[in-house]
Design a protein around this ligand. Structure first.
Ligand SMILES: *Cc1c(COP(=O)(O)O)cnc(C)c1O
Length: 394
């Protein structure tokens, strides 16, 4: 025990977490991201990255980053509004706007910062934001930071959202949702949300961290669902399927101009290195032209779901209905989630156990990638079946 009660309190809280199987430790990877990674000195098959298209270590993307460093150096040296806005970033914004079918786009350093940029810039006291209860943590924090009335509705509950909108007398209204839920893999009913946005004169903010690159021929969830409206503000993150880092927001020109002028997490931060924009140009080339990659991922998703539907109907777990790369396997408690994840790791498979407070119900979160081979996915299925059977027999 130390002399500081403050420090002692921290230590006590951590040991409480430990006793509830909620203590978090980082794994140190000693290789690039990919289907196989070196983890604690062993090679393992990786089923927990969000590198859905296998672009994080793609040769043409890596080469573009190297070329970008040679041409533009390493650091941006300033914020975008000062002296840190470079040609590859500017042209990338134009490409992303066109790719999303929007008049304009803006790049941010991370998806977390994009959410923190948009919501507090657009809303303040007297306004209201309507948010799904399962939205990503960064979206929740952004809503809180905005100081607007923060109204949360049950997951995908269109009727409850409508009641909240009908009761609201806020000046500005924004509906803010994940398009693909990061821990559940399901897709929000965006067409219904858009109809409500029109009916109640709201804007609709969509966080497509897990749809971009994967759904809608790579254009994301809006393209998948065939939705388009000036009321929609679209955000995609670029550290997942795009394999690099960052995020972009695509919207009406007036929205983008407003963000450039008022969004604090855009204005008061050093711009990301321009070499990342160079890498993202190459990544977007792959997303636009390499259809086979996306098709391989979709075929893995179909195989995995089919395996559960046929081979694991009676298993002591529930595979949530998801058609995306995120396949969550709900298990009975935290300790089971941790034990199953450890048993899979012992067999050379990395599958994350996700526990409260990240989610309400503990689960294994399997993510599939175009980087995986058919054999990788078959092995995963076989091993999950084996550890589930072994766990059942105690
Ligand atoms: C990962 C994620 C973010 C944050 O994006 P980063 O670029 O990793 O900061 C935001 N929203 C959702 C839904 C995410 O899954």
């Amino acid at each position: 025990m130390s002399e500081s009660p403050f420090l002692n309190q921290l230590a006590t809280e951590l040991s409480e977490r430990e006793s509830k199987s909620l203590y978090r430790r980082r794994r140190v990877l000693d290789s690039p991201q990919g289907a196989r990674v070196m983890c604690n000195g062993c090679e393992v098959l990786n089923f927990c990255s969000n590198d859905y298209l296998g672009l994080a270590n793609h040769p043409s993307v890596v080469a573009a980053a190297q070329q970008g460093a040679a041409e533009w150096g390493v650091g941006s040296g300033a914020a975008h509004l000062v002296a840190g806005h470079f040609t590859p970033q500017h042209t990338l914004e134009e490409r992303f706007a066109a790719f999303s079918g929007k008049p304009a786009a803006i790049l941010l350093s991370t998806g977390f910062m994009a959410n923190l940029a948009v919501i507090p810039a657009l809303l303040g006291r007297g306004d209201a934001v309507f948010a799904d209860k399962l939205n990503h943590a960064s979206l929740n924090d952004a809503c809180q930071l905005a100081r607007a009335d923060f109204k949360r509705f049950a997951h995908n509950d269109v009727a409850q959202l409508e009641r909240l909108l009908a009761q609201s007398d806020a000046k500005r209204k924004l509906i803010a949702v994940d398009a693909v839920f990061s821990m559940d893999g399901d897709i929000a009913p965006l067409a219904q949300y858009l109809a409500l946005a029109e009916q109640y004169d709201a804007l609709l903010y969509i966080d497509d961290a897990h749809g971009f690159g994967v759904l809608g021929e790579g254009r994301g969830t809006l393209a998948e669902l065939g939705l388009d409206s000036p009321r929609i503000i679209y955000m995609a993150t670029l550290g997942k399927a795009a394999g690099v880092a960052g995020a972009y927001i695509a919207a009406e020109q007036v929205v983008i101009d407003y963000l450039i002028n008022t969004a604090r997490s855009y204005i008061y931060t050093t711009a990301a290195p321009p070499l990342l924009a160079c890498a993202l140009h190459a990544s977007l080339d792959v997303i636009e032209h390499d259809k086979a990659r996306r098709e391989r991922l979709l075929s893995h998703i179909r195989y995995f779901k089919q395996f559960f539907a046929t081979e694991l109907v009676d298993a002591p777990c529930e595979l949530l209905p998801s058609d995306t790369a995120i396949q969550p396997l709900i298990v009975k408690d935290n300790a089971t989630a941790v034990a199953l994840s450890q048993a899979l790791l012992d067999a050379g498979l990395l599958v994350a156990a996700i526990r409260p407070p990240t989610v309400a119900t503990p689960r294994l979160r399997v993510t599939l990638s175009a980087a995986h081979s058919d054999d990788d996915v078959k092995l995963l299925c076989r091993e999950i079946k084996r550890v589930l059977m072994a766990a059942e027999q105690g």
